[in-house]
Ligand binder design. Structure first.
Ligand code: FES
Length: 348
């Protein structure tokens, strides 16, 4: 019979073909592995580190975990049928010993963070209520209980402390130094969700998308039964309306053409019809690269935070300016231009 060793915990002799996730779950460790996708190999919340055995990873594991994680020994326990001896480390067990963190310290840190909720990274949707909930479960958390999202919040809070060297500012009777925070972060990092904020396309996203699509189509269908399309009379070659306006979504370009000057060798048509729209699109494409994210989410700076307005003021201002210009041009062309494309006041 193959032997399963859960590092530092237990050993089991199991029947060949036993599913590793089921075995772990049946032996009281299920809170460590939430198995969000129900064992379909799509969510990665059941990931464990395999230290010995386990065979070759399958396609699901390759896709969900990626080569880097697999090279570090991570595997999806739901995808492993045990056929030979295997040794695994279930993330979380070692948290308490590795960090020797006291529940009281967690509570003090969370209370400090709750007072500075506006300064915390927004990625994990940290709220005062969430911090209080974690504080109430501090004992369980230091023993490794709690799901990866709990640890993502704790990681975010401690990253914030580490980034600004705030260790000494925290009112607590427990020892807390920058070095200890680093150790704590290392321990929490082992419990983070393998894929952050992952939403499985099927069924969660597709259900929502198709429900909205269905309701929208049905709503438009019902509306069209009661309302005729606002079509004008058939066009005749002998009559050209003045002004001749493009559909609303192009009328901004039409307005741009009308106001563009001739500059040097470039005609107003070249400027308004080609150069300005091209510069506009290039600027939009450049936006993600113009301003680096605020980088204190991870030590390796690979996971940025900074989705809030104040984290990226230049980017936000530029985007608002570009989109505001487009909307203004459309409104002017649509409502404020009359015969000969002259200015008109629509309500006069
Ligand atoms: S339970 Fe989702 S990948 Fe294993």
């Amino acid at each position: 019979m193959p032997k399963v060793v859960i590092l530092g915990q237990k050993e089991f002799d199991v029947r060949p073909g036993t599913n590793l996730l089921k075995l772990i779950q049946e032996n009281r460790y299920d809170d460590q592995l939430p198995a969000t996708c129900g064992g379909q190999g799509q969510c990665s919340t059941c990931a464990v580190r395999v230290l010995k055995g386990g065979g070759a990873p399958n396609q699901n594991e390759l896709e969900v975990l990626g080569e880097d994680q697999i090279a570090q020994g991570w595997r999806l326990s739901c995808q492993i049928a045990v056929t030979d001896d295997i040794e695994v480390e279930v993330p979380g067990y070692e948290v308490a010993e590795a960090i020797q963190i006291e529940p009281g310290l967690i509570r003090d840190v969370l209370a400090y963070a709750a007072d500075r909720i506006q300064e915390l990274p927004s990625t994990q949707k940290i709220t005062v209520k969430r911090l209080k909930d974690l504080s109430n479960r501090a004992e369980a958390l230091v023993e490794g209980g709690g799901d990866p999202n709990d640890f993502a919040v704790l990681y975010a809070v401690f990253s914030y402390l580490a980034h600004d060297h705030k260790a000494r500012e925290i009112p607590t009777q427990f020892e807390l130094t920058d070095e200890k925070i680093e150790k704590i972060l290392e321990a929490f990092a082992k419990r983070l969700p393998a894929e952050e904020e992952e939403i499985i396309t099927y069924p969660y996203f597709l259900y929502v998308a198709f429900t909205i699509l269905f309701l929208l189509t049905a709503g438009l269908g019902i509306y069209s039964l009661f309302r005729d399309a606002p079509l004008e009379e058939p066009a005749t070659p002998s009559f050209t309306p003045n002004p001749e306006k493009a559909p609303w979504y192009f009328v901004g370009i039409q307005e741009l053409l009308a106001i563009s000057p001739n500059i040097g060798p470039f005609t107003s048509v070249a400027i308004g019809g080609v150069i300005a729209p091209t510069v506009f699109v290039l600027l939009l494409m450049a936006i993600p690269y113009i301003e680096p994210y605020v980088e204190f989410w991870r030590k390796d700076k690979s996971k940025p935070v900074g989705r809030r307005l104040r984290d990226r003021p230049v980017t936000t201002a530029l985007f608002t300016l570009l989109i505001g210009t487009v909307i203004a041009l459309i409104i002017i062309g649509q409502y404020f231009r009359g015969p000969q494309w002259e200015w008109v006041i629509p309500w006069q």
